[in-house]
Write a protein that binds this ligand. Structure first.
Ligand code: PGA
Length: 234
């Protein structure tokens, strides 16, 4: 079971260090995506990895403001987020760059959490439209890549406090599982009250959490809930 936390543009070097020091050793696979400026050589529990929220698909070069492989290698980072809806929709990252990033990360052998999800107008059209939309988001990447993790994150559920229902997650997950056997996460307003039912869904292999994971107490609580759950270890 995978529990991933996306800090987004939150936390400093000091608060990240304090946060990471409190992560317990558990059988869960924990992934933390803090801001670049907080990277350091931390002593993390087994199964806990730091990842990059973003990168530019180059070793190094003249790309002002970007971070390439050389910079991630310095911290031993080999886990990345690609296709997050804030990168797609707020930072206007083009689908072509997202695919390029996927191919680069695959060539590097990195673990990839690849985010997909439909906007509200597509969800309102119904399940067939959602499935078609997600299929298009997934069709240009190698769905058999062995270090691929897919995160289903409906755009309308991210940071809104409005989670997809269990039925919606279940139906969408089972469509995605027809396309890929990669571990499958759900993300979008997951919190201490909702996490248990979500991870208990048959085809759910974990969660990608934003806002509810930014304070250490609820994050530890969610780890505890999943860890104490019978389905907790895969
Ligand atoms: P949220 O963010 O938990 O705040 O909805 C999830 C995400 O952006 O991955």
């Amino acid at each position: 079971m995978i529990i991933a936390s996306n800090f987004k543009t939150n936390h400093t070097r000091i608060s990240t260090k304090e946060f990471l020091e409190k992560i317990p050793q558990t059988p869960l696979q924990i992934r933390i995506f803090p801001p670049f400026t907080t990277f350091d050589n931390y002593n993390l529990p087994k199964n806990t990895l730091l990842g990059a929220q973003n990168f530019y698909p180059v070793e190094n070069g003249a790309f002002t403001g970007e971070i390439g492989k050389e910079q991630l290698d310095e911290f031993g980072l080999n886990c990345v987020l690609i296709g997050h809806s804030e990168r797609r929709n707020v930072l206007n990252e083009a689908e072509s760059l997202i695919i390029e990033k996927f191919n680069f990360a695959k060539k590097c052998g990195w673990e990839i959490i690849y985010c997909v999800g439909e906007p509200i107008n597509i969800r309102e059209e119904g399940e067939a439209a959602v499935n078609e939309y997600l299929k298009k988001q997934l069709e240009k990447i190698d769905l058999n890549y062995e270090k691929l993790i897919i995160a289903y994150e409906p755009v309308w559920a991210i940071g809104t406090g409005l989670s997809a229902t269990l039925e919606q997650i279940k139906a969408t997950h089972s469509e995605i599982k027809k396309l890929s056997r990669a571990p499958l996460l759900y993300g979008g307003s997951v919190n201490v009250d909702t996490i248990l039912n979500i991870v208990n869904l048959n085809e759910c292999d974990g969660v990608l959490i934003g806002s509810a994971s930014w304070k250490i107490e609820p994050f530890l609580k969610m780890i505890e809930i999943v860890n104490n759950n019978e389905k907790g270890v895969i």
